[in-house]
Design a protein around this ligand. Structure first.
Ligand code: ADP
Length: 167
């Protein structure tokens, strides 16, 4: 039996923290679906296509037959059900993540009782890292080489060179 987990998020853009969680997830699950949540109320820095391309490039060193990259709108539990996944994979960085994640996990379990959320902690080097922070540092021209792969760094530089104000 193939045990699948969905790893949802914005991935705007993917960071070493996300990659760490995907690598850990692959040790537990037969398949990990990295799923970009399209939130109509948020204006992301990168388009879905750009984010998918960056994710694919960032995980090219991992076993491709075990990973899927896609996007979804609407309820996460509907997507999880359609994907026939057994778990939702999430990363926990600090206590500050806990309350929101706790609420979401219990709500999702209420909506789809056969699916549980599995939390993993990244390597401590990435435990403070968020895509938000990376975008902010990049927008001011700061060094982000410690936070994202080289090709993501270049994409960020390109965006902000074009005068993108949407951090
Ligand atoms: P961000 O908060 O960086 O914008 P996302 O919305 O893309 O992140 O988050 C998707 C999932 O990845 C969430 O479970 C989030 O907690 C997790 N995550 C994000 N950054 C990290 C990190 N540095 N270490 C571990 N998990 C992370």
């Amino acid at each position: 039996m193939c045990i699948k987990a969905v790893y949802p998020g914005s991935f705007d853009p993917i960071t070493y923290g996300h990659i760490d969680i995907i690598e850990r997830g692959l040790k537990l699950f037969d398949k990990v679906v990295v799923a970009i949540l399209i939130n109509p109320n948020k204006k992301p820095l990168f388009t879905v296509e750009e984010r998918i391309a960056m994710i694919k490039k960032s995980i090219s060193h991992l076993p491709q037959e075990k990973i899927e990259v896609s996007s979804f709108t609407g309820l996460l539990v509907d997507y999880v059900k359609k994907a026939n996944a057994k778990a939702i994979l999430r990363g926990i960085r600090a206590i500050s993540d806990f309350e929101y994640e706790f609420q979401m996990a219990l709500t999702n379990r209420k909506l789809l009782k056969e699916v549980d959320t599995v939390f993993m902690m990244p390597d401590e080097r990435f435990s403070y890292l968020s895509a938000n922070l990376v975008r902010e540092v990049a927008s001011f021209g700061g060094d982000i080489s410690y936070f994202v792969p080289k090709h993501v760094e270049e994409k960020l530089k390109e965006k902000f060179k074009k005068g993108e104000k949407n951090v």
